[in-house]
Write a protein that binds this ligand. Sequence first.
Ligand code: BV8
Length: 241
Amino acid sequence: MFGDKVTSYKNIVVLTGAGISAESGVRTFRDNGGLWEEHRLEDVATPEAFARDPDMVQRFYNQRRAQLNTVEPNPAHTALARLQAEFDGTVTIITQNVDDLHERGGAEDVIHMHGELGKVRCRACAGVFAFHGDCDQDTKCPACARAPALRPHIVWFGEMPFHMDVIADRLEACDLFISVGTSGNVYPAAGFVTNVQAVGRAHTIEVNLEPSEGASLFAERRHGKAGDLLPLLVDELLRLS
Ligand code: BV8
């Protein structure tokens, strides 16, 4: 546990990816049967794709938004919420995921660096609105009433991730960085472990079904299902705090 020294932490940062929602039935991107097997990333998750075929991109997100009504948080989501509630220190959850399972599992102040399926943004007035139905080119902006104007409030490839300033501060301050359920393919998220180690103070743990692209960068690796491993890790951390 945490190498050969027992230690207590004060500021934990947890980065999550699609793998933490896999046991809830939400499809990942790069596993077998993943989303990118059916759609080329370039055809549905870039601004150019939206400009080229907005109806197809809207359909891609409408399908995933509708699936949110059929899935539930799993023990990995609720374990992180328990850590946030009971840990004597700060616990920041940064997610690459666009689902709402962390929140529905009880987590608070989740940082959605790649946006959220349950929100749309107006390209005319820049308003951001909760949205849970199907959005298409005829859907009017709730504020300025323009159409076509609404797009998914999602960070596409080539776009600046959200909340990078807050993320940088939390990574700088953390003494434990845990990465859960991500393949380590997508930047800047895949570089966070390197950012943390550049500061030099934090212990780093990867929790993933299999070694990620960045596995060798972590001081500790726990491979298996997040729904099994994360509750055990949270128990260990709460015993320490
Ligand atoms: C940016 C929203 C500048 C969409 C997403 C070369 C060429 C071109 C571009 C680049 C390049 N090199 C780097 C880039 C930049 C690019 C990038 O990284 N491209 C990659 C493909 C190389 N990045 C960007 O464009 C980003 N913007 O760089 O702007 C900048 C830079 C710095 C600072 C400021 C600005 C924007 C990236 C965001 C793109 N949008 N999502 C949508 O969701 O529809 S990314 C998309 O991939 C999802 O958000 C997803 O979360 C994310 C990462 O994937 P993972 O979450 O890791 O999912 P994956 O399926 O890959 O892996 C799942 C893992 O879980 C697996 O390892 C599996 O083993 C594991 N697992 C499965 N089951 C379980 C499990 N683990 C535990 N338990 C289980 N049960």
